[in-house]
Design a protein around this ligand. Sequence first.
Ligand code: GAL
Length: 548
Amino acid sequence: MTSSGLSAGQKAAAGNALDDDLALTPPMGWNSWNAFKADIDEPKIKQIADAMVTSGMRDAGYTYLVLDDGWMAADRDADGNLVADPNKFPGGMKAIGDYIHSKGLKFGIYEDRGHLTCQQLPGSFRHEQADMTTFASWGVDYIKLDSCFAESNGRLSTEDYALYRHFITQAGRPMVLSISDFGNGAWAWGGEETAQLWRTSGDIYPWMGSVYHCADTSAGDRSIHPAFNGLWQFAGPGHWNDPDMLQVGNLKNDIQNKAHFSLWCILAAPLMAGNDLRAMSDAVKNVLTAPEVIKVNQDPRGIQGYKVHDDGDHEIYNKPLQDGTTAVLLLNKGSAPADITVTWDKIGLSGRQKVRDLWARKDLGSHTYSYTAANLPRHGHMLLKIGTTGPPLAAPKPLSPDRYMVTKTGTTYLGDLCYIWKSGNAPKTDKNYNNDPITINGKTYDKGLGCRGRSRVMYKLNNKADTFKAVVGLDDSYNADGTGRFRVYNEDFFGNRKLFDSGKMSKDSPAKTIDLDVTGVKCLLLVFEGDKVAGNWANARALAIKSL
Ligand code: GAL
C-alpha cells in the first residue's frame, strides 16, 4: 500500500500512479552539475560510476547517478526523439544507462519542462509523452525535471507535473520525479501528488552563505510563514523537501563540509553528492560516507528535523527517530566560539539520557536534563543521538489546516491565514509596512496586508473560495516618486495565469478595487513590485459562498 491508501496497482489503473515506495527515505546519489556543469561526457561519467563503487559511496547508500544538463544533442532526431550529444556520448544514452546499471547503480537524467533546458538544449514541452517513453526505454530510474522557460507553457505547475506523472506511469517503468522549480512552492500546491522531491531553493553554490541560505528555505521562514517553523510538515516517506544538491567536497575545509552534511542529514534532504568523486580526498569521503550520520538522514520514520532554537547565530535541530531516540544538531553559525546547550524539554525527553556523538561514533555517557557542546568555532557543531531505544517519541505537531487554508464558509481575511510560500519581504498583517494603520487616499482600513516591494506571497485557497476581493494602492506614508505594481496569479509564476494587474501606481494614483472569481484556484499568488515602495492589499479577503 502507498501512503495515499491506494495500492500501486490501483493507482496505476487510475493512470496516474505516483509510486511512493520509490523514495521511502530521501534519495541518495550523485549529480554532475555541481562538479562539472554541462561539461560531461562518456569517459567522465563512466569514471564517476567506477568511483562510486571503489570509493564505497554506492555501498554507503548513494544509488542514483544523475546526468544533469548538457547530455543531449542540440537538436532532436528526424522523428522528434531526444538524442545524446554525439560528441560527448557517442555510444548513446542507453549504453551509459547500461554501464551505470552494471555497477549496481541507478540511472538518473535531467530534462526541462520548458521548450529549452536552462542550457538552451531541447526541452520536453510538447514532447512529454515521447520523452518519458524514451527515458523508460533507456532504463532511466530518476528524472530531474527543471523549469527554465516553463512560463510560456501556459500550464499551471500542477497541470504540467501531472502530465509528466501520467506519461511516466504510462511508460511502465518506475522513475523518481524530482521537481526542480527553484523553490516556487511545490509543497504548497501539492508536489507530493506527482513527485517524490521538490526544490525549496534557488541553486546552491560552494560557499557557506549559500549552504545556510538553502538550508533555511527548508528549515526556516525564508520561504514560508514563521508559524510553520520550516517546511518539515510537508516531508515524509515518499515526498521530500530538496534544498538542492550537496557541495560537500567543494567547500573550503572539513568543518564546512561536515556542517553542510549534518544539516542535510537532519533535514532529511535528498543526498545528491556534487563533487568530483574521481579526485575525492579521504577526508571528504569520510564525511560523505559517515555511517551514523547517513542513518539519521535515512531514518525510516522520515521526520524532517526542525529547529527548536535559533537566535541568529546558534541553532538546535531535533529529529525524532524510528527507534525511540532522537537526533539533535547543535550548530554555531556565528563568528565567535560558543557553547550551545540543548535541554531535554526542547526535545521531548526528561531525566537522565544517553548521548552519542554520531561523527566520532562515540558514547558520551548519560546526562541529566541537558547536554552542552562546548567551545564550538564558526560552523562548528555536534550531531548527537540522545535517548534509549523503545517506542518512538512524539512527532512534532503540524500547523492545523485552518491556520493556512480557507476552511470555512463566509469571509476569510488573508491576513488571518499564514502564507504558505513567500519570496522577498514578508507582508505585515493589518498594518502597513511600518506597522502603522493601512491608509490609502486618506482612507484607513482595519484589515489587509502591508507590503514593501518586492513582496511575493502565496495563500492556499484550496479550491474552497469563490471570490477574492481587495483594495490596492500605495500607502499614504509613502512619499517618494517610485511606483508599485500589484498582480494576482493563479498558483505560481510558471502557469502565467494572471488574474489581475494594477499597472504601475504612484502615490497619487486612486486605489483600485479587485473583485475576482477564484473558483477552482488552489493557491493564490499576490505579487507587489516596486523598489522600497510601500503598498497595501487592503481588506484582502477570500469569500467562500458555497457552504464548505
Ligand atoms: C538550474 C538548476 C540546476 C541545474 C541547471 C542546469 O536551473 O537549478 O540544478 O540543473 O539548471 O542547467
